[in-house]
Design a protein around this ligand. Sequence first.
Ligand code: ATP
Length: 371
Amino acid sequence: MPAPIISFREAAKIFPGRKGAEVRAVDGVTLDIRAGEIFGVIGYSGAGKSTLVRLVNALERTTGGAVVVDGTDLTGLSEARLRPVRAGIGMIFQQFNLLSSRTVAGNVAYPLEVAGWPRARRRERVRELLDFVGIADKADVYPAKLSGGQKQRVGIARALATNPKILLADEATSALDPETTHDVLALLQRVNRELGITVVVITHEMDVVRSVCDRVAVMEHGKVVELGDAYQVFSAPRQDVTRRFVSTALKDRPSPAVIARLRARHTGRIVTVGVDDVSGSSAHVTHVLREHGVDGTIVYGGITEVAERPYGSLTLEIVADGAAGDDPRVEAAVAGLRAVTDVVDHGTARDPLDDAAPSGGPTGLLEGNDL
Ligand SMILES: Nc1ncnc2c1ncn2[C@@H]1O[C@H](COP(=O)(O)OP(=O)(O)OP(=O)(O)O)[C@@H](O)[C@H]1O
């Protein structure tokens, strides 16, 4: 297992609040972020995500516990001793934080000027960075003339200028439309894979975690309440807060209202089956239906990717001989499906079932998206 590049050890940040009350923004977090991964921190507003990540570059100092970055314990370090640690960390922001009085090239050159790079090397490096992020043609343009996606590319180029080992992305795509979000996330993936940079992504969007994160920590009230591989967290969320986030990113499960409409529209047996790359691949499902001599028509659902692996569910209307009504073959097919994947049996219009509990396969079923 790769060594951690960032370790939180019972890390705490308590702010003095109003009327002597205190705000426990980060409340005893113990967590390792591994070198080379894309790590997501997700939580609702006020959960403590930004504060946690600001402890990494000491924009905030801990009030308890420790944060160790690339082997250096930041606790009590002087500003001078923090400087080399900070030089190894780049950061990008939701609002981009570009200097409006400087051109794109000027913005990217800024950290190099601060670090004392000579002019010729600066020029070369800026060109290289703008090429990497795909906006070489905008070098002489001012930020006001750029789209949000282009501004974030400048932010990324600037953050990478001095070759950091870690990139902190604080809601970096929250101000962007879905298509631009996709492009910027793809760029962050290249930063991770091609440059070997550890990326920490703070977000309130589970879709961001779904598309790029290897692992994820879910924060609530300053604490990490769930931690794991993104795929595992999606397929078997343990906490309510995590389930709520997961259901915002996976729209494949029919809500009770949708199930009622499906039952009204289709006379056959309505069954939702999980699809993943371990147990319930759609090939297995098709095979079971054929084996029992029944037909399955897809009436709802979707398969997407979580951490680049297939995940989702299909809701099927299962009938034997094209006829509605009880048939032992349908019953046997549903039992057969339970042997290969997780199944929720919604029954039929005449005989509805409310089989909300997960059953069958190895992973827990997600609950409906009836939020
Ligand atoms: N400088 C500060 N002084 C006092 N309280 C603060 C300060 N910074 C953050 N907090 C409080 O700490 C808690 C956690 O804030 P934080 O910004 O880390 O949460 P977050 O999960 O990043 O939320 P958001 O997405 O809204 O920024 C909140 O209650 C916030 O009001």
